[in-house]
Ligand binder design. Sequence first.
Ligand code: GLC
Length: 672
Amino acid sequence: MIQRFTFGCPLPTESVVLPVEPAAAVPYLTAEPDGSWSFSLAEDAVVYGLGEMPRGINKRGWHYVTDNTDESRHGENRLSYYGAHNFLLIDGGAGRSVFGVFVDFPGKVFYDIGYTRHDRLTFRTEEPDYDLYILTGDSPNAVCTEFRKLIGHSYIPPKWAFGFAQSRWGYKTAEDVRAIARQYRENELPLDMICLDIDYMQGYADFTVNKERFPDLAALSAELKQQGIRLVPIIDAGVRIDPEDPTCTEGLEKGYFCTKADGTPFVAAVWPGKAYFADFLRPEVRDWFGHRYKVLTDCGIEGFWNDMNEPALFYSPERLRAFLDSMAQLRGQDNIEQEEFFGKVVGGAMGLMNSPADYASFYHDLAGQQVRHDRVHNLYGGSMTRAAGEAFADLRPGRRTLLYSRSSIIGSHRYGGIWLGDNHSSWEQLLANIQMMPSVQMCGFLYTGADLCGFAGDTTPDLALRWLEFGLFTPLMRNHAGAGTREQEYFRFADQLPALREMLRLRYAMLPYLYSEFMKSALENTGYFRPLGFDWPADPEAREVQDQLLLGDGVMLAPVYTQNAAGRHVYLPEPMQLYRLRSAEDYDTEALPAGHHYVHCALNEVLLFVRPGHAVPLAKPAACTAALDEQPIALLACPDADGHAAYRMYTDDGETMDPEHDGHWTVLDASH
Ligand code: GLC
């Protein structure tokens, strides 16, 4: 059941698609005098949700703020990342209710989940105008399905987007890109996509191509597509200020950029230097900006990533000037007090970036109302995704287009996926990736993944391999690196190359399963990745697990995420069949009883646990999705007590916009 409660006069977010009549009294939660809501947490209560946020699958023991932020220092002490995912699922504990809470609000929401007091959850919105939804159901899975019905079906990418993507901020020329493709193919490493970071543009201006470095993008795109590889260029939120640039001049002419209080366009610097920011909250601006992608779809481009759309702001000219003036006062000094050094010099410089004062200095037009940006901040990135997604329906009618974004809000999951931003090359971030996946997917963002190997800092070959052994299960599977970091294309790691190759090939062998499970969760509003506590809410040990995931109907994963480990502890809520895979063709298997196990897992192995009654089809690995024959060559089965094991496999052409109608279901029987 879904209940809606409206407070004040909420601004429209369009996060919800299902009409819900307003209800009278809010169940479960207590209204506090300060405008917050509270809930008493029993000792064994678990709080799931909040999507893209730090900490474990159980969010208890920390505080969080939904405030979309270009956060480059990922780690457990952060309060906000790039997305606004205000959905909590509270499993009250033994004998208590399970319910969901969705706070539909475009500004900041503050959560204290057992941070001040272990037995208390509170949350509040920055302003008193919002919609609150309470969702109930028999189980965590049932509540999540209700929520997904409320917010509408998730975005579905083309099937080739389930192949592997190689990316790096540093591919500067068409030759660089060709060399990556060549080395992947020469090393027999499967590949479906190469991402183009900002260097393909002319002066970092959206919808331009640097003609010296990429003389013929259409030809390059066609040449690579012959090899089964698609180019996926980046588009940034900030529009370069340049009188020669049509996006800039058209946007100015039509009055499509966000404005300051005096009505002049708001300016802040990002990669291109000074930039304007399209007011994506206006339908006509979305329509205009979305159709600008035509410059690239005309070159045969079929996929994009939208970036810097929190929006990230390096500095505004006003604040930069003020800072430089304050520095001028220090000229000639060579010994300043530490307070002045850290406060004025370091703090002053750092404070230029993503400054709250800048976010409070420009305006949007939201359904005819002039609204200050900070009040609707969290809508910005998702509205950019929506601009592209809506236009693709027109630019590429009847065909799916790949799209993922850095910033998001619940609602934008209908138009694109997300990647988890600028993580770093550390084991801790591999665990964070594992823990974030089910949280993000609960909020509708099914097509997601993190930068494999890590974005910032230098990776190591063993981290690259262990991360791939988890990444091969994530819908978006992309290796991406920051500028200046150690090169981390998989062919760079000679000693681990055979194992890396087999893991990439395993991804392709598993695609019939992974794609089917993705489509089931998209079409039926179920979970692709789920915490164990979702399927065994009455099992106290299952509820505690923070580092194992269910994947679709039939699989449990227990990735190794610590360095130099030759195995790990695994908890099985029910008996399962363990497949220890070194490749799609080379594996051993054993039946494990329910309970606690120490399971060995060498560096070149991945652990796949199949649940009773289920079977996982494996196809013959291929160099790219276009070359994949989905006919299973093997079924990794776990027969139930009656000897039954089967799989319901989904297939379609991978392109159609109407999968519900055009897809086929086949039952594969592995019973004995
Ligand atoms: C941002 C993105 C990152 C990209 C970089 C340069 O930091 O998150 O993925 O490589 O910008 O465009």
